[in-house]
Ligand binder design. Structure first.
Ligand code: FAD
Length: 381
């Protein structure tokens, strides 16, 4: 067993930490306040090579595996969960093209989402198909006269949907087959018949715009089909295994950031003539926060290690996300408590982190769905 990062991974962590301190932290409160997608920061992440993580260098990426992705996402989430979420979700597009795309698709799209500055999105959810993703109603009917798929329907709650250049859309190519008729199709920004609807006003991760996508007779060339027709559900579930490790990394970073702030505050804040770090009640809070976060960290890295080594990791990714997201809620709650009334004020980042942490228990599958996945694996049912 080896619990150490390689020299290369330590360097990536150093770069990511410096990037987060210099480029992310100073604008995190403003991104939260305005709810504006941090385009400039995204472009800086492109330049730094972060957006190309997990994409091989020969396809225009930066290389690395899910372990490097966890390092990047968690370091950025320490300072801004929205920015970390943008990076994490962006990487899903490339991971799907890499695993299931044709050579032409890899050559066309991977350099663009790797270091080319284009943003990717993943659109599975619909108004009546959330946890029950197989209940999707969006259709993509093939027109043999033009060799195109014609998309009709609505996707909702899509992260980066209003900003993305390339979107993976899960739609029924054979509606009568339901789940087995679901396919994955690349839609490009600006395609006729595709428009962005409502952009949601939400509790947290404000900078990560969450949008409705509308398809009205949107014609997409046949070569934009990813994998085989009818394999969309498999593709989506495989993508979600990796995506869940990304959300777990986001949750891990939020928790670590809340601990950092709490430790600093406990040394600075004086009550009853001594720093509140001297109060045993709060010391025990810190002990619980640090212990649970350390445990969460190793589960996240274990899932990433399995993914990086092409080993099965559905159960471990679900466990990592379930545990890390519950921990992020637990830790941000105690961190806010440690900050007392100041923690409740918008002048301090804790109330933002407390709101941001909640999403990690909902997207890329809710905690309840993870328990379904885990219990199935454990019980062998
Ligand atoms: C901010 C945000 C960003 C998002 N980004 C994306 C994105 O980029 N792409 C995308 O495709 N989707 C995205 N989503 C959608 C997200 O993945 C879904 O919201 C989530 O999967 C839950 O679906 P739902 O909201 O329809 O809830 P429902 O499925 O209606 O669930 C309602 C409740 O029932 C519980 N439940 C449902 N089924 C079961 C079951 N079998 N057993 C036990 N409990 C169950 C749920 O856990 C939940 O508590 C995003 C959502 C949000 C809020």
């Amino acid at each position: 067993m080896d619990f150490n990062f390689s020299p290369q991974q330590r360097l990536i962590r150093k770069l990511a930490r410096e990037f987060a301190e210099k480029e992310v932290e100073p604008i995190a409160a403003d991104v939260d306040k305005t709810g504006k997608f941090p385009r400039e920061t995204f472009e800086k992440m492109v330049k730094a090579g972060f957006t190309g993580v997990c994409t091989p260098v020969e396809y225009g990426g930066s290389g690395g595996s899910d372990i490097e992705k966890v390092i990047l996402v968690s370091e950025i989430a320490r300072k801004c969960a929205a920015t970390a979420g943008i990076l994490s979700i962006h990487t899903i597009f490339a991971s799907v093209i890499l695993k299931f795309g044709t050579e032409e698709q890899k050559k066309k799209y991977l350099p663009k989402v790797g270091k080319g500055g284009c943003l990717g999105a993943f659109a599975l959810t619909e108004p009546n198909a959330g946890s029950d993703a197989g209940n999707a109603r969006t259709t993509a009917i093939f027109d043999p006269k033009t060799n195109e798929y014609v998309l009709n329907g609505t996707k909702c709650f899509i992260s980066g949907g209003s900003q993305a250049d390339y979107l993976l859309i899960f739609a029924l190519t054979q509606p009568e087959k339901k789940l087995k008729g679901l396919s994955c199709i690349i839609v490009e920004k600006g395609m006729k018949g595709f428009s962005v609807g409502r952009v949601e006003d939400k509790m947290g991760i404000h900078g990560s715009e969450t949008a409705e996508l509308i398809f009205e007779g949107c014609r997409v060339p046949k070569e934009n089909l990813v994998g085989k027709e009818g394999k969309g559900f498999n593709i989506a579930m495989t993508a979600l295994d990796g995506a869940r490790i990304g959300v777990a990394a986001q949750a891990l970073g939020i928790a670590q950031g809340a601990i950092d702030l709490s430790v600093k505050y406990m040394h600075e804040r004086v009550q009853f003539g001594k720093p509140i770090a001297a109060l045993q009640g709060l010391q025990w809070y810190i002990a619980d926060m640090a212990t649970k976060t350390e445990a969460a960290k190793w589960l996240v890295y274990y899932a990433a290690f399995l993914d990086a080594n092409n080993m099965p990791h559905t159960k471990e990714a679900a466990m990592a996300k379930l545990n890390a997201s519950e921990n992020a809620r637990f830790v941000t709650n105690l961190a806010l408590q440690i900050h007392g009334g100041y923690g409740y004020m918008k002048d301090y980042p804790l109330e933002r982190m407390y709101r941001d942490a909640k999403i990690t228990e909902i997207y890329e599958g809710t905690s309840e769905i993870h328990k379904v996945v885990i219990s199935r694996a454990v019980l062998g049912r």
